[in-house]
Design a protein. Structure first.
Length: 75
């Protein structure tokens, strides 16, 4: 069994995503430099292969809830 903390640390400190990932470099986010970075470089639960497994269910549940609320009112 792999601890969850190890997975989070590994995904945040990837050398392929961040150059010098073990060093404190606040200048990498200054000015327009953050626009050069891949916007999906660190999205642990919102995109990519690690997408939240409950996202689809939650979105469908929202649609049903809104439909039932709108159904009660005459437009």
């Amino acid at each position: 069994m792999i601890p969850v903390l190890a997975l989070i640390t590994t995904s945040r400190n990837g050398i392929t995503v961040w150059s010098g990932s073990k060093e404190f470099k606040p200048e990498r986010f200054e000015g327009d430099k953050h626009h050069e970075m891949d916007p999906y470089s660190f999205t642990p639960f919102s995109a990519g292969p690690r997408n939240c497994i409950g996202l689809n269910f939650a979105q469908n549940e929202e649609k049903v809830l809104i439909a039932r609320i709108v159904e009660r009112y005459a437009i």
